[in-house]
Write a new protein. Structure first.
Length: 204
């Protein structure tokens, strides 16, 4: 089996693992569940992954690679920082609408990160890379004069936390508010808070 076929097989297993963790949660899921959903043999799965934990750590790693490629592409474009932030928000709301299971699984990984050092390390890696990307956008806006002179770390953390608010919609009913309305409103608030006034006053 060549490398491309191995990668396809791994992604088949990880896709099954995502479905299982959303349905059963991490603690109640078993390798046998992943075997059943993947339509592969147990031996085929154990060839690539030695345990359930190994499967789910690999799933997080896959997300890091996949989403980093997309998000880095957003920041590489020659667009104003404000537009890059808007593209970032748009990407996540589209992701939620197309595949909310990713956000549901993230809840499980949050929970595991509080109890398992390996999961904590992997989840921290995800968030640190995301924070670095947001910091880069804000720094670009400050340097260009588009954004106010602000604490970049605090601003980046605030943006990340607000994007994560999408996860709330995977758990609770929000009445007449949908996830897209939430993100659009939050994006407007953040943009207004970051952007300099027309007078050019760095304090707003």
């Amino acid at each position: 089996m060549d490398i491309s076929q191995q990668q396809i097989r791994k992604e088949q297993i990880l896709s099954a693992a995502l479905e299982v963790i959303v349905q059963k949660g991490y603690e109640k899921s078993r390798m046998d569940d992943i075997v059943k959903v993947s339509n592969l043999s147990k031996g085929a799965i154990y060839w690539y992954y030695k345990s359930k934990k190994d499967v789910y750590l690999s799933l997080i790693n896959l997300w890091v690679k996949r989403y980093s490629a997309v998000l880095n592409h957003i920041t590489e474009k020659e667009k104003p920082a404000s537009q890059q932030l808007q593209d970032l928000f748009e990407y996540f709301i589209n992701q939620y609408e197309n595949d909310p299971d990713v956000f549901k699984a993230l809840l499980e990984f949050w929970s595991m990160a509080g109890r398992d050092a390996d999961f904590k390390q992997q989840v921290n890696r995800v968030y640190n890379e995301f924070l670095d990307l947001i910091r880069g956008i804000i720094s670009k806006g400050v340097k260009s004069g588009e954004f106010k002179s602000i604490d970049i770390d605090i601003a980046a953390l605030s943006i990340m936390v607000n994007i994560e608010g999408i996860i709330w919609f995977t758990i609770f009913e929000a009445g007449n508010i949908d996830a897209r309305s939430y993100i659009n409103t939050i994006a407007d608030f953040i943009s207004s808070g970051l952007t300099k006034s027309q007078s050019g006053d760095s304090n707003g």
